[in-house]
Design a protein around this ligand. Structure first.
Ligand code: AHR
Length: 329
């Protein structure tokens, strides 16, 4: 037990800093200096979680780019829970970081904590997902994809692929999350002019492969499951889980059921190469470098663009094999 005590003490200190429940004065993490003794910029980053391959690539890219740009990164994983993100944001204020960036798990409910951050005069960058707030001064910049456009691209692909005739099931992202709301909207817009394209079932798979599989299994157990001819999945991970469920149900993914999803992760390209997925609409997670640039500018009181939209493509099976070796995530 004696030998364990110092370890326990270290773990407690580490956890206290990570959860932000500790003392209010600035810890050493915000006093980090570079080789020349110059104070480094400290960026507090609150990540959604590790729910998908996209998210893992996004987190890694942010960490890599922080190291490359000499930024002292205080990184916190919210495990898909808004209350954890709010705690992390408050802990960044308590630590007096220079800039805060976060990828909000859901769109609403941020006003009070953002007001606290504003009162502490810490600039905020929204990464990947936006928030729904009435006061635009609560954040300085939002960098990320146009999720509505991604949904439109998926709908357009499916309309072309099916000749405008499909009985569609939808795997929705995390309820209340910007990409779930916007992708659903864009997809519906794109299929609106095709009266024979109908969404017959729509349920959240929380952006995870396991939940995507579980929900697709339930769709396939329903008495009318034989009518399903297409799947729109809000991300690749859920589509990959659904592919497994479709195969286990004795149907051919990509053939009996046309599948379009969003993200463009390696696993999706492999599934396209194997003929099991028909299309992935790219959503670029590699925005770490641009986040570091925005953070540096904000810390130096320079102007930053209010909105930075990431550039993304659409890939179907015909492009999968050639594209696969150069995919970075
Ligand atoms: O916010 C981006 C979305 O979040 C990605 O499409 C999904 O894979 C992730 O979990």
């Amino acid at each position: 037990m004696k030998k364990l005590l110092p370890l326990l003490a270290f773990a407690t200190v580490t956890m206290t800093l990570a959860t932000g429940c500790g003392k209010k004065e600035a810890p050493d993490s915000t006093n980090a200096t570079d080789a020349g003794g110059k104070k480094k910029l400290t960026l507090g980053f609150s990540q959604v979680g590790a729910e998908s391959a996209w998210r893992t690539a996004n987190s890694q890219n942010i960490k890599d780019e922080a190291a490359k740009n000499g930024v002292n990164l205080v990184f916190s994983d919210a495990q898909q829970k808004q209350e954890n993100q709010i705690k992390a944001l408050r802990s960044f204020v308590a630590q007096n970081v220079d800039v805060i960036a976060f990828s909000p798990v859901v769109e609403t409910g941020w006003e009070p904590v953002l007001q606290e951050i504003k009162a502490a005069k810490i600039p905020v960058v929204l990464s990947d997902r936006s928030v729904d707030v009435s006061d635009p001064s609560l954040y300085a910049s939002f960098i990320g994809a146009d999720f509505v456009e991604e949904g439109r691209r998926a709908g357009k692909f499916l309309a072309e692929k099916t000749g405008g005739k499909a009985t569609i099931v939808e795997l929705v992202g995390t309820p209340g999350a910007a990409p779930a709301i916007d992708r659903a909207k864009g997809f519906r817009e794109a299929i609106a002019s095709h009266p024979d394209m109908k969404i017959v079932k729509s349920q959240s798979g929380d952006f995870t492969r396991a939940k995507g599989k579980e929900v697709m299994e339930a769709f396939l157990r329903a008495p009318d499951a034989g009518q399903i001819t297409a799947l729109f999945s809000h991300n690749d991970d859920m589509a990959l889980g659904a592919i497994q469920a479709i195969e286990e149900a004795g149907r051919q993914p990509g053939k009996d059921i046309a599948i379009v999803s969003i993200d463009g992760v390696k696993g999706a390209f492999e599934a396209m190469k194997a003929g099991k997925l028909n299309c992935t609409v790219e959503c670029n997670p590699l925005i770490g470098g641009q986040i570091m640039d925005l953070a540096q500018k904000l810390a130096n009181h320079q102007e930053v663009p209010r909105r930075v939209v990431s550039q993304e493509g659409v890939f179907d099976q015909s492009k999968a094999e050639a594209e696969l070796p150069s995919r970075k995530y």
